[in-house]
Each structure stands twice: as structure tokens, then as C-alpha cells.
Design a protein around this ligand. Structure first.
Ligand code: FES
Ligand SMILES: [Fe+2]
Length: 316
């Protein structure tokens, strides 16, 4: 098969994916969401726990987010008031004594941290075998309240993640951003990798020898840290999630040490979000090449593509 025809996408990967910013889900709130090509309902219980269930009631199939209500730790279906707990089990049918054993919907594994609500997706239903990494800067009083940024793009999420391992595009898409040669290290049984590159950078606080540290956990989660400015720092954390195979949402948090925000951090953060926007036109209009023609400068891409394979279940 030649490279030209192979545009099939790799499907929906396994891993942790953000489905909302924490601040966008108040206690008692119910949201209709769609991820992993599935209709879901997201709600926050009275005790404050975010929960995600399959959207359609096991009774007559009402969408739980269209008029459903949080009652204590459960969600109540808008149609006949069956109540489901966070695991998806029906725990009450107000007009019946007996609850049929099959009265349940699929419940998803949810984790809240780093100002985001994450869901575990696994095509074969396997439970989580790794954790969402904690970003200490996001709850450090010396760091600024994070700025958030959200972007929905018609592109396969792997193509968005691939950007990080594509040093050449920085020059052509983002102008003069010189990323320099990178070193790659792996951890967590190969699920995690870190790319570091060092370079002189002009910053609002002067010109420094800085290290750009780019971390990736699975296909959905990544962080970028700027190291090397004395007593100051900057962090971007992002979670990218598949809505459909070729529709993706990316959520970003930007934070900097307060001394840096005071000087020029806002401009710095603005510059970074503009950088992401420069990629959008490419992403929106590209296709996924399963077997791209590569050149000798694409060594990181080759390594990245090999690495991504562990996050897909082999199709039946
Ligand atoms: S459809 Fe949900 S209770 Fe009847
Ligand atoms: Fe880019």
C-alpha cells in the first residue's frame, strides 16, 4: 500500500482526559457532554464529587442531562425519576419497591485535580493503570491564579500532540521560536516522556540560558515548564480530549510565579496562547497520515509515533 491512500485515523486512545474545568461545574449542576464518541452526563453531587455516567437512562432511554437533577449523591432521571448513584447503579425508583437488577447505566472513573475534571477512557473497559500527575505550581500560593484557555478543533487528537515533537514547525508556523535540539527521557514504564532543550531566551526579566521542559503523560496530558530564570517560573498544563475521532478539545492552564506576573507575565502568557492559535489553521485543515513520507529531520516524529501505539487497543 502506498503512503498516499493511508489517511485512516488511529481511533480513540486510552487514558485520562479532561471533560471540564473544575470551576465550570458547581455543586448540583448537571451537564450534557460528549466524549469518546459517546453521549455522557456530568454532574456534581451535593457532597461535591464530580460524576460521569452514560447519558441514556436504562428504563426508557431519556437523556439524564436534559432535565435530570442532582438529588444528594445521585442523579434523578427527568422522565420517571429513577435515581442513579455515581457508579451508575439505580438506587431508587420512587413508585416501586423492587429495583430490577439490570437497572444501571455505565459509570466512568472520574478524577479531579489541577483545576480539571478527568475521565478514564479505555476501549476494552480496563480500569486505570496510571494516575493523573499533580502539578504543584497549580496550588502554590507563590504562583498566580491560573489563566484558562479552551479550544475545539476538527483534528485527530494525536495530530495535536504530535506538534510537541515537531521542532521544524516551530520555525515555519511560529516564526523565530528556536527550540534547539531536544533530549528525550522516559519513565512510568514508557507512558511518560520528557523532552528538554536548552537555549538562550529573551524574557521580560532579561536574557537567560533557559531550559524548556516538555512532559507528556499518555496522549492527553502535557506540561511545559520554563526553567532557568532566577526565582521565577512558568508552567503551561494542558489536557486534550477526543470528542469524536477527528474532533478534539484542548484545555490549557497557564500560571507563573507572582513576581513574574507582576513584571510582564500577562504578555508572556498571551504570547503563548497566540502560539497555539497559529497551529489551528494547520490542524483544522490537515488529514491524518497513518504512513507519512518522512525525511531525515523527522527523528522525533518517528519516535513519537512508535510511542503512541501503546495507547490504542487493537481493533477487533
Ligand atoms: S426513562 Fe429514566 S426513569 Fe424512565
Ligand atoms: Fe505549534
Amino acid at each position: 500500500m502506498g503512503a498516499i491512500q493511508t489517511t485512516r485515523t488511529p481511533g480513540i486512545p486510552n487514558g485520562w482526559f479532561a471533560v471540564a474545568f473544575s470551576r465550570d461545574l458547581q455543586v448540583g449542576e448537571v451537564k450534557r457532554i460528549r466524549y469518546f464518541e459517546q453521549d455522557l452526563v456530568l454532574f456534581r453531587t451535593r457532597e461535591g464529587h464530580p460524576k460521569v455516567l452514560d447519558a441514556y437512562c436504562s428504563h426508557l432511554g431519556a437523556h439524564l442531562a436534559e432535565g435530570g437533577r442532582v438529588v444528594g449523591e445521585t442523579i434523578r432521571c427527568p422522565f420517571h425519576a429513577w435515581q442513579y448513584d455515581g457508579s451508575g447503579q439505580c438506587v431508587s425508583i420512587p413508585y416501586c419497591k423492587r429495583i430490577p437488577p439490570q437497572a444501571r447505566v455505565n459509570g466512568w472513573e472520574v478524577h479531579e485535580s489541577n483545576h480539571m475534571i478527568f475521565v478514564w477512557h479505555h476501549a476494552e473497559g480496563k480500569p486505570p493503570y496510571w494516575q493523573v500527575p499533580d502539578m504543584p505550581e497549580l496550588h502554590d500560593p507563590e504562583w498566580s491564579e491560573p489563566r484558562v484557555f479552551e479550544l475545539e478543533v476538527n483534528v485527530h487528537m494525536q495530530d495535536m500532540a504530535e506538534n510537541n515533537c515537531d521542532p521544524v514547525h516551530f520555525q515555519y508556523v511560529h516564526g523565530n521560536m528556536n527550540v534547539g535540539p531536544s533530549e528525550m527521557t522516559y519513565a512510568e514504564e514508557g507512558r511518560f516522556f520528557r523532552m528538554t532543550s536548552s537555549n538562550e531566551h529573551e524574557t521580560p526579566m532579561g536574557t537567560f540560558d533557559m531550559t524548556l521542559e516538555r512532559d507528556t503523560w499518555g496522549l492527553g496530558l502535557s506540561s511545559v515548564r520554563m526553567l532557568g530564570i532566577p526565582d521565577a517560573g512558568l508552567l503551561m498544563f494542558s489536557s486534550t480530549s477526543p470528542i469524536e475521532a477527528e474532533r478534539t478539545v484542548s484545555r490549557w492552564l497557564f500560571t507563573a510565579t507572582k513576581n513574574m506576573v507582576d513584571l510582564a507575565g500577562e504578555d508572556f502568557i498571551d504570547g503563548m496562547s497566540k502560539g497555539v492559535m497559529q497551529d489551528v489553521r494547520i490542524w483544522e485543515n490537515k488529514i491524518h497520515r497513518a504512513e507519512p513520507v518522512l525525511c531525515e529531520a523527522d527523528e522525533y516524529l518517528v519516535e513519537f509515533r512508535k510511542w503512541t501505539k501503546q495507547f490504542y487497543s487493537t481493533p477487533a
